[in-house]
Design a protein around this ligand. Sequence first.
Ligand SMILES: [Zn+2]
Ligand SMILES: [Zn+2]
Length: 175
Amino acid sequence: MKAAVFHGPKLPLSIEDVELDKPQDREVLIKTVASGVCHSDLHFVDGFYPYPAPAVLGHEAAGIIEEVGKQVTYVKPGDHVICCLSVFCGNCEQCMSGHPNRCSNKAATQRNPSDKPRISQKGKPVNQFLDISSYCEKMLLHENAVVKIREDLPLDRAALIGCGVTTGVGAVLNT
Ligand SMILES: [Zn+2]
Ligand SMILES: [Zn+2]
């Protein structure tokens, strides 16, 4: 499938073929319907923030669940979802006290280093940006990195809730 691949700062993103693995236990495969271009993605392309290449950027997206791992209970194929920047484990002290955005055990939502990477290119790992990488035709995420939404909400607008809307609303309500 096609993705816009980041090869380093000040280089244009390049449309190339990548492979996604099959969903493991609590992972979901999503057809990307819409992805915003957030200014934070541009900061990495412009070199203001470092990020290891190769990578697939993009973190403000919405799509439709295509496949789920064996232990997934939250969503099923066909569900519409927004991607969530703050993947959470659901079991640590922060998660259990109502602050999943401060999860202290995000490692529990990642693959073991010995497992096949979520994204690869000709057998070589490609970094998954912010646990999402939405500049790709599909996304392979932990189920705690999606939020289910109603099906009549247009996905090109829903995508913006993944970063731009929450950033603005959070600033107004919390700062
Ligand atoms: Zn947690
Ligand atoms: Zn963003």
